[in-house]
Design a protein around this ligand. Structure first.
Ligand code: ATP
Length: 525
């Protein structure tokens, strides 16, 4: 496999052009030169996205008899965002470089700088390890080497100061850190910075035909609030008993200051969120449950363990009493893919206060009413899409010296499941192939292709991640036997057409995967 030999930047660039070339992702309004950080999903991208959403939805809503799904509106009463804290605090600190005219998030500039210091420590360790070989004692080295100690000291002091400035909203000190550390703009290379300012990430618009401040509403920056404001509706009409969850997928909008890295950070994106309501005091136990359950969901797709890690938050939001991220190894490093947060009763209590409605659960066993605590699982659908695609994209050298690009998308998520290919475009093979295509179409997304040599058609299917290619040849005409070629191994099987539908099902069905998750959930519960 060539991927490991390729530089990750190059790999990421190839992945972006590949996803455009094959109809997965297009820049939005491309004929007008695009719109920054907004993307459209093409004919294959839309299928892959649907499949990821379905996998999430079914494992949440179908597998759990105490989780239901809703679909709330994007527009919400403006007071929702007052209560949730978004109007006052959904801000990022921004800073401009006067020479390059580029805008940055001050927090990200400082965090990258901290990372660089931390990388320097690692480099020193690596160097020493090479020098000392077998006899190297890492711990002793880290505790005694003057240069490492100096870097560590600096890192600690700076991290503490940075966290304090961030928590206290001290924009002046954020600027001071950037100045004192001589952090430069990566484009202009200068330290010629403006002051740091707060910037609210919510998009606003007007509702109704008259534009007035009173009619100002927001495009939701997260789907979670649509769940909280429907807590009472769902609890009452669904006769729910705690613990129970409400799941939802849908669009969210954030006016991100710096939107880079393709679909990793977008201004319009889709979230898949589930809020799980529990009895106060039991939240940490459920937090642990969801932490494990969500990681199991990712791993069930068959992606190697080393692509995932937890990142437990040390610095918690004021309303949270535990939080962790599931990070994924993207081509640009480990980054947040999903967040799992124990949010206490913050949201429901705030909505109770602002709306004047009682948002409580009545426990018939104890005759008590209380505001439930909440565990939230929140994942970006587009970010999951990028995770899958960057894992899947492989430039591979084959034994015969040729090369192929293959998308190793987990079979259950692949946009097209089966390609139906007549070996040659004559002798009745296309007709027979079409018959088989029509037999399979009600069950699976299929593609029919009769153009070019069979080898080239296999490559085209590899490039879009189709797990199985069904080839119709002389043996099919005579004996109703087709050849099924597997994407990853390129192995071929002979299959009778009467068995074909079930044969395919074995490899690409989502149900066995859900069954595995179901068992896992029952063991944990
Ligand atoms: P970040 O620190 O990356 O800005 P966040 O901590 O603000 O993310 P949350 O508010 O917890 O993110 O959102 C939950 C999930 O939604 C994230 O884990 C991510 O997968 C997704 N997400 C958030 N912002 C974006 C975005 N701008 N584009 C794409 N996905 C996003």
């Amino acid at each position: 496999m060539m991927n490991t030999m390729m530089n990750q930047d190059e790999l990421f660039k190839n992945l972006i052009s590949h996803s455009k070339e094959y109809g997965f992702i297009f820049p939005s309004s491309e004929i007008y030169d695009g719109l920054a950080a907004v993307y459209d999903y093409g004919q294959l991208g839309a299928l892959l996205k649907n499949n990821i959403r379905e996998y999430w939805w079914r494992s949440m809503v179908q597998l759990h008899d105490n989780i239901v799904g809703i679909d709330a509106a994007i527009f919400m009463h403006p007071t929702v965002w007052k209560a949730s804290g978004h109007v006052d605090a959904f801000n990022d600190p921004l800073i401009d470089n006067k020479d390059s005219k580029k805008r940055y998030r001050a927090d990200q500039l400082i965090e990258e700088h901290l990372q660089k210091i931390s990388d320097k420590i690692e480099k020193e360790i690596e160097k020493a390890q090479k020098r000392f070989g077998e006899s190297f004692n890492r711990q002793l080295f880290v505790e005694t080497n003057p240069r490492v100690l100096e870097y560590k000291q600096k890192l600690e002091t700076l991290t503490t100061r940075y966290n304090r400035a961030l928590n206290n909203n001290d924009l002046v000190d954020l600027k001071n850190i950037i100045d004192e550390e001589k952090i430069v703009c990566p484009i202009s290379g200068t330290c010629n910075w403006t002051e740091v300012r707060q910037f609210n990430l919510m998009f606003s618009t007007q509702i109704g035909s008259v534009s007035a401040e009173a009619d100002k509403i927001y495009l939701r920056p997260e789907t979670a609030q649509g769940i909280f404001v429907n807590f009472l509706n769902v609890y009452k009409t669904g006769r729910m008993k705690i613990p129970f969850g409400i799941a939802q997928t849908g669009k969210a909008f954030r006016n991100e200051i710096v939107a880079r890295q393709f679909i990793f950070r977008m201004r319009e994106f889709e979230q898949m969120e589930m809020q799980f309501f529990v009895k106060p005091g039991e939240e940490l136990q459920w937090f642990e449950y969801w932490k494990q359950t969500r990681l199991a969901w990712h791993k069930a797709l068959g992606i190697d363990d080393e692509y995932y890690r937890y990142h437990d938050h040390e610095k918690l939001a004021h309303y949270a009493n535990a939080a962790t991220d599931i990070e994924f190894r993207f081509p640009f490093g480990f980054k947040e893919l999903e967040g799992i947060h124990s949010r206490t009763d913050f949201d429901l209590s705030a909505h109770q206060q602002y709306s004047g409605k009682k948002l409580q659960y009545f426990d018939a066993d104890t005759n008590e009413s209380y505001v439930p605590y909440v565990i939230e699982t929140s994942i970006g659908l587009d970010r999951m899409f990028l995770a899958i695609l960057s894992y899947a994209y492989t430039e591979e050298k084959l034994e015969d010296g040729t090369q192929r690009v293959v998308l190793r998308i987990p079979y259950v998520l692949a946009p097209i499941k089966v390609a139906v290919l007549p070996l040659v475009k004559r002798d009745g093979m296309p007709e027979k192939a079409r018959e088989i295509l029509h037999m399979l179409q009600p069950y699976y997304f299929c593609q029919y292709d009769e153009k070019d040599t069979i080898g080239r058609r296999y490559r085209r299917q590899d490039a879009i991640g189709t797990p199985l290619c069904v080839t119709i040849d002389q043996n099919t005409l005579e004996n109703n036997i087709v050849t099924v070629r597997h994407r990853d191994t390129m192995k071929q099987d002979n299959v009778h057409i009467n068995e074909l539908k079930n044969y395919i099902y074995e490899y690409i069905a989502i149900e066995p995967l859900l069954q595995k998750l179901h068992q896992h959930a029952r063991v944990l519960a």
